[in-house]
Design a protein around this ligand. Structure first.
Ligand code: SAH
Ligand code: SF4
Ligand code: F3S
Length: 479
């Protein structure tokens, strides 16, 4: 008899995705069984509050959940994550089916709380207090055998943020920065590697400020942690997200030259290209400083792929300010960017700024920015064609955007001539070291998740690349 049935819906960043994966493992360990939403006694909404839209999604999702689970006796909802932290017990009044709100630091206690709620239908619990230290969770559940399949693992190295950028709600929803103990981080990395992971991404809201708060191990800096992680046996690729330009030390920059497993890809949020806007955003770097850092990074790693986050329409942003942001796309050479229109977040400094930008101006600027980025992204992908590299295979391709299997009359030099028909090959997706999505067609039975396949990049699609194995492969043969 299962302890109960559950379903998790996740919004927001990779930290939320990671939290949801841990929660699911933990609930399964307690005897809960994951089901489709309609049959779930417990529905967990892991929420994001970073912009207005994802917050609104939470309220509409709660309506949908109530409708979908109305036939399930005793069904209730749990709100976790950043909106839970923001609204707290306010959820109990507005949405009676919510019986647990659990904030960023409370996730560690959520499984036991859910079990209690199942036993006592009259109980409601509010777990939104911040803890003093990094809220360590049951380590046995991190990368437990058979429970985190897939070659890519994400490992938290910190919680929260101390930066208080003027637009951002994260320091309020995730609390002050708390670095995690190095031993716990490395143990989780080792467990993931033992369990088949080949690539690890170290996660946090401001990763390169790791060790600068009073909570981690004294004396271990971010570059120190990167060195230790890079030395773990079995690790093929190391990444981290998200760093802040103001905390980028020369020692970390140098690691892009020194550590072969550190991938040549960096997500470095710019937010705006105008110094006046950057100052009002409280970002604590300027345009010239950002470009200097990019230059140093490219000196360390000439093939570095740089991506970024940009906000358009920050209060007071003039057309000239916006032009400076637009210019930065080219000046920094971003191969990809996530761009957002500014939205007011409760409690933030910018929400009280006057001179808000009208929605239609914000939307029009976003269009122009994305148009320019689209061209740069296409140029980047086109520039990759012809390179030999490796692809870490993740799974069979979802989209059929691969060329048809080569006919038998194809040039004898083409590796795909080993294939004689659709049914003898299958397409796989993965990423190259620069983080590009790559599709590659392989003879059936050759590909496997976690395989590091030497390939030649052969063509650029709109948002991905096509590749072929460097060495022709026959069915049953391993590269
Ligand atoms: N800690 C990371 C990510 C923070 S949230 C960092 O510092 O970069 C992810 C992105 O959401 C931010 O980089 C920013 O571009 C965007 N964002 C945050 N607050 C926003 C707001 N109020 N309006 C629009 N975009 C916002
Ligand atoms: Fe928000 Fe700034 Fe912290 Fe990033 S660094 S989470 S944008 S406050
Ligand atoms: Fe969203 Fe919270 Fe992540 S606000 S972006 S889920 S830190």
């Amino acid at each position: 008899m299962p302890a109960g049935t559950f379903h998790i819906l996740t919004f927001g960043c990779q930290m939320n995705v990671n939290d949801s994966l841990w929660l699911a493992r933990s609930l399964r360990r307690l005897g809960f069984v994951e089901t489709p939403l309609e049959h779930a006694e417990v529905t967990i909404l892991n929420t994001c509050s970073v912009r207005e839209k994802p917050e609104q999604k939470v309220y509409s999702a709660l309506g949908r959940i109530r409708h979908a689970t109305r036939g399930t006796p005793g069904a209730f909802a749990v709100v976790a994550g950043c909106v839970a932290q923001q609204i707290g017990a306010g959820f109990f009044e507005r949405f009676p089916q919510v019986r647990l709100v659990v904030g960023s630091d409370g996730i560690a206690m959520a499984p036991q709380a859910i079990a209690r709620l199942c036993d006592d239908p009259n109980l409601r619990l509010d777990y939104t207090l911040f803890s003093e230290s990094y809220p360590e969770r049951d380590p046995a559940l991190s990368g437990a055998p058979g429970e985190t399949p897939g070659p890519i693992a994400y490992v938290n190295i910190m919680q929260g943020c101390d930066n208080f950028c003027a637009y951002c709600i994260v320091p309020y929803t995730r609390g002050r920065q708390k670095s995690r103990a190095t031993g716990a981080i490395l143990d989780e990395c080792r467990a993931a590697l033992d369990n088949g992971a080949k690539e690890i991404t170290l996660l946090g809201q401001n990763v390169n400020a790791f060790g600068l708060d009073a909570h981690g191990d004294p004396g271990v800096s971010f570059p120190g942690l990167l060195r230790q992680a890079a030395a773990l046996p079995g690790l093929e690729r190391l990444r981290f997200v998200t760093p802040h330009p103001k905390d980028f030390s020369p020692e970390t920059t140098a690691l892009f030259a020194d550590l072969p497993v550190l991938c040549p890809r960096l997500h470095l949020p710019l937010q705006a290209g105008s110094d006046a806007v950057l100052t009002r955003m409280r970002r604590r770097y300027d345009r010239a400083g950002y470009l200097r850092l990019v230059e140093e990074l490219r000196r360390a790693r000439p093939d570095l792929a740089l991506s970024t986050d940009i906000i358009v329409g920050f209060p007071g942003e003039s057309e000239a300010d916006f032009q400076e942001t637009l210019d930065m796309l080219d000046a920094a050479g971003f191969m990809s960017s996530f761009s957002f229109v500014y939205s007011d977040r409760p409690g933030t400094k910018a929400s009280r700024f006057p001179d808000k930008i009208p929605p239609e101006v914000k939307a029009e600027r976003l269009d122009r920015l994305q148009e320019r980025q689209e061209i740069l992204s296409e140029q980047w992908l086109a520039g990759m064609v012809g390179r030999e590299t490796t692809v870490l295979l993740e799974g069979p391709s979802r989209k059929a955007d691969l060329p048809p299997v080569a006919p038998e009359t194809d040039s004898p030099k083409s590796p795909s001539t080993a294939l004689t028909g659709e049914n003898k090959s299958e397409s796989w997706q993965g990423r190259d070291p620069w983080g590009d999505a790559v599709n590659v067609r392989l003879p059936k039975g050759v590909g496997a998740p976690g395989m590091l396949l030497p390939v030649r990049l052969t063509a650029a699609k709109r948002h991905s690349l096509l590749a072929e194995p460097v060495k022709p492969l026959d069915q049953g043969e391993k590269p």
